[in-house]
Ligand binder design. Structure first.
Ligand code: GSH
Length: 233
């Protein structure tokens, strides 16, 4: 595990691999809200998440993990909401008003069995499994994954973005971060899953503008993967 320091005495520590979608969501929130933090990189491709030290921190052996003054927290959803509640960040990230907050919770509950697995499956099928096994892409599995993702994209458009610019209302929230990072993941294999989706593309641009350069900073590793793969073709 390596560390990247950001000056401050007491700061939040986050254990991340930026090739991981939920890690990027946490990274973006920390950077665009300027919460003092230190990133400790856990390279999943080198199995650092299975090291004894990391396993002590998170027996699930998954990233992200956050440590704040001895308080250890796993699960990106919980981490994002904790950070937005504990630190002095603009209220729109995780509104206090009960109905507005419930809208964020509504999306994030849905996210973990829809956007997350369906976008991840496209990346796993097209990039991860072929890289690990050395075999070519399983086209049948890919077509199935793309069709499941299509259904999720339809619902994002027709339900969450039906009458509003962001998933949970008029301003960006932690829900948009979780969603956008998942939907960016297949780009690692050169696939923009929003290519034929102008409504979702506009939403992605709004999220990108709302978070500024924190977006590209979090996605640098993914862009590099895409470019390396393109260069090999
Ligand atoms: N529900 C968790 C998912 C965490 C997760 O699956 N992390 C993956 C990377 S995206 C991981 O650490 N995988 C390592 C492994 O399973 O060996 C969250 O949102 O934080």
């Amino acid at each position: 595990m390596s560390s990247v320091s950001v000056s401050a005495d007491r700061m939040v520590e986050v254990y991340l691999d930026l090739l991981s979608q939920p890690c990027r969501a946490v990274h973006i929130l920390l950077n665009c809200t300027k919460i003092p933090h230190r990133v400790r990189t856990v390279a999943l491709r080198r199995g650092e998440n299975r090291s004894p030290d990391f396993t002590k921190l998170n027996p699930m052996q998954k990233v992200p993990v956050m440590v704040d003054d001895g308080f250890v927290l796993t699960e990106s959803d919980a981490i994002l909401k904790y950070l937005a509640t504990k630190y002095d960040v603009p209220e729109h990230w995780y509104p206090r008003q009960p109905e507005r907050r419930a809208r964020v919770d509504e999306y994030t509950a849905w996210h973990h069995s829809n956007t997350r697995p369906h976008a991840a499956k496209v990346f796993i099928t097209e990039v991860l499994l072929p890289a690990q096994s050395g075999s070519s892409v399983d086209e049948v599995r890919l077509i199935h994954a793309l069709s499941q993702l299509d259904d999720t994209l339809d619902k994002l458009e027709s339900m969450f973005l039906r009458r509003q610019p962001f998933l949970c209302g008029d301003d960006v929230t932690v829900a948009d971060l979780l969603a956008v990072c998942e939907l960016m993941q297949p780009l690692g294999g050169g696939r923009d899953v929003l290519q034929a989706r102008p409504q979702l593309q506009s939403w992605r641009s709004r999220v990108q503008s709302a978070v500024g350069d924190a977006f590209d900073r979090a996605h640098t590793v993914l862009y590099a993967l895409r470019d390396r793969r393109k260069a090999k073709l």
